[in-house]
Design a protein around this ligand. Structure first.
Ligand SMILES: [Zn+2]
Length: 118
């Protein structure tokens, strides 16, 4: 299952990012998710919960920012939104589109719980 492998690598990224706060629970992770990744946020969240069960991220909320697909045309220099799969240029009809955004799957920020009162 695609999302399960993604959830495992996501957990690896979050663990490394949260390493300075290894004793604290991870409460929230914000992700940028490009529309071209074909990842379903609900499925990924479900898989992430399964992967992190029993860890300090087991109640971690995943917040997704969906990144639309944009592309640049190598023929007419059009830059703008594209269909979900880049196909023909909406301006000149040429097939020279290069994807600029929409393939992202990255962790933007991670929130850990507040430190215990000293
Ligand atoms: Zn074009």
């Amino acid at each position: 299952m695609h999302e399960l492998a993604l959830a495992q690598s996501l957990w690896g990224i979050i663990q490394r990012a949260a390493a300075p706060h290894a004793d604290r629970r991870i409460e929230r992770a914000r992700l940028r998710l490009g529309m071209l990744t074909h990842v379903d946020p609900e499925t990924l969240t479900f898989a992430f919960q399964a992967v992190t069960r029993g860890t300090k991220a087991e109640r971690c909320e995943l917040v997704f920012e969906r990144v639309p697909v944009t592309a640049r045309c190598g023929v007419c220099a059009f830059v703008g939104p594209s269909a979900t799969e880049p196909g023909l240029c909406p301006s000149c009809g040429g097939a020279g589109l290069t994807v600029l955004t929409g393939r992202e799957l990255e962790v933007v920020t991670i929130d850990v719980e507040d430190p215990p009162d000293a």
